[in-house]
Design a protein around this ligand. Structure first.
Ligand code: AMP
Ligand code: ZN
Length: 465
């Protein structure tokens, strides 16, 4: 069996990945807050962890991997949008308007991430469907002295968990000094974070032992991962921006609520997609959505390819040049892979690259070598492993179905005449006209091959006759 090695943020080392149960490898990834379209930065963890999911399925078997990615559908920005709709005079209740907003956002998310070739995780739990599990977990934490209730709020007592900060390598005192911790009268300590907060009549709320309220963000992931994956599971993923405080808080909650378990054993963090050196984010306003790119005519496979061209632990930029380059490369790969049947094994070099801490950049350079060697079988299977051929060769990359054999014969005879007369002007003129019509002219010792390219224009070709 292939040995997978992963860089574990928890130990800061590249480690051999050994699942708790090879018959059920379990992975949890923090999903989106569903208040608006996903931007390109949000797509990076989706594509990165989809690639890991595919690798795990390949190594352990498709039925032996459980992948959970949540939808955060309790959030102030969702509430604000629902309140805005209400203020515009919509007759529905606030709960209905919240539901409407999250439903439409989830549908967009699915459409956009499907376009990137990301498989849907086996479970996509919504926070609102697990409120009971969150309340039970919070009650347990209060019972064990790890949390306390004040005025309708419940807070996690950070100093009750000695290992707090171990994931990001900071001490509690460093965090207080450096972080924007919210000081509030109901907190014993400024580091303590919210597990539950009260909701007034204008906000969504659920009945709880502490009055009508709603959960904090961090408890969602702890409760949903416990319900769906148990108290110990293999991989927890998400963007590096979530390491502190979100993941520290998840660890504190889960390890205190279920001290018999290990919670997540391997923590993986993708680096940020950046714009001019800054993280792409809604709050900075320096973002564009996946849908913006798709609407501009950039195929989802091209976006996926660009995202995979940089290793997940390095920051990266999106540029138009990268997209153009990726499109040209994919066209070439698809052209070579098109003839191959679809039942070969991925190339060992590609497997080894992915198994080495998901080195997708190296995997792509292996694809170039396969293309160069004309190994269409391995290329096709390897592209499949990287998530490129679920729907076959995409329409945008298919060469137009035209018969250029007449032109090829004509070109070959002009060339043969020119060899004798040493006057190549007619050959050059025809070549230029073919290129202008979007035809690629490939000349080799074996003869001439004419291939209609991406900009193929049959009308211009007609003029040649
Ligand atoms: P959010 O909806 O903001 O919680 O983000 C959803 C996912 O996208 C999380 O895993 C974030 O870490 C990730 N993410 C957000 N912004 C970026 C970015 N610029 N680059 C890479 N990942 C990001
Ligand atoms: Zn989370």
């Amino acid at each position: 069996m292939t040995t997978i090695r992963l860089t574990n943020s928890k130990t800061r080392r590249k480690e051999e990945f050994v699942p708790l149960d090879p018959a059920n490898v379990r992975m949890y990834v923090c999903g989106p807050t569903v208040y608006d379209r996903a931007h390109l930065g949000n797509a990076r963890p989706v594509v990165v962890f989809d690639t890991l999911y595919r690798l795990l399925r390949h190594v352990y078997g498709a039925d032996h991997v459980t992948y959970v990615r949540n939808f955060t559908d309790v959030d102030d920005k969702i509430n604000a949008e629902a309140q805005r709709r209400k203020a515009l005079g919509r007759p529905e209740t606030l709960e209905e308007l919240i539901r409407e907003r999250t439903e439409e956002t989830i549908a967009w998310y699915h459409a956009d991430m499907d376009a990137l070739g990301a498989l849907r995780p086996g479970h996509e739990p919504r926070a609102t469907e697990f409120i009971g599990a969150m309340i039970a977990m919070i009650e347990g934490l209060i019972g064990q002295g790890h949390a306390y209730a004040v005025d309708g709020h419940v807070l996690f007592r950070v100093r009750s968990y000695k290992e707090y900060g171990a994931l990001s390598g900071r001490s509690v005192d460093d965090m207080i000094a450096g972080a924007r911790v919210e000081v509030a009268p109901y907190k014993e300590d400024p580091m303590d974070f919210v597990l539950w907060k009260p909701s007034d009549a204008d906000l969504p709320g659920w009945d709880s032992p502490w009055g009508r309220g709603r959960p904090g963000w961090h408890i969602e992931c702890s409760a949903m991962s416990y319900e769906l994956l148990g108290d110990s599971f293999d991989i927890h993923g998400g963007g590096l921006d979530l390491q502190f405080p979100h993941h520290e808080n998840e660890i504190a909650q889960s390890c205190c609520a279920h001290p018999q378990g290990q919670f997540a054993r391997y923590w993986l963090h993708n680096e940020m997609l950046q714009v001019e050196g800054k993280k792409m984010s809604k709050s900075l306003g320096n973002f564009f959505t996946v849908r913006d790119l798709l609407n501009k005519g950039i195929p989802g496979e091209v976006i996926r390819f660009v995202l995979l061209s940089t290793h997940y632990r390095s920051p990266m930029d999106w540029t138009a040049e990268k997209a153009a380059q990726a499109e040209a490369t994919l066209r070439k790969f698809y052209r070579i892979a098109a003839d191959a049947i679809d039942n070969a094994e991925p190339y060992i070099g590609v497997m080894n690259a992915l198994a080495d801490d998901l080195n997708t950049a190296q995997a792509i350079s292996e694809l170039h070598q396969l293309a160069h060697a004309g190994d269409s079988l391995s290329l096709r299977a390897s592209l499949g492993l990287l998530g490129f051929l679920d729907q076959g060769i995409p329409a945008w990359a298919k060469e137009p179905d035209v018969d250029l054999s007449g032109q090829a014969t004509q070109f070959a005879s002009l060339r043969a005449e020119a060899m004798i007369s040493k006057d190549f002007s007619a050959v050059d003129a025809m070549k230029a006209a073919l290129i202008a019509a979007g035809v690629e002219v490939r000349m080799s010792k074996a003869g001439v091959e004419l291939v209609p390219g991406p900009g193929f224009d049959a009308a211009k070709l007609e003029a040649l006759k």
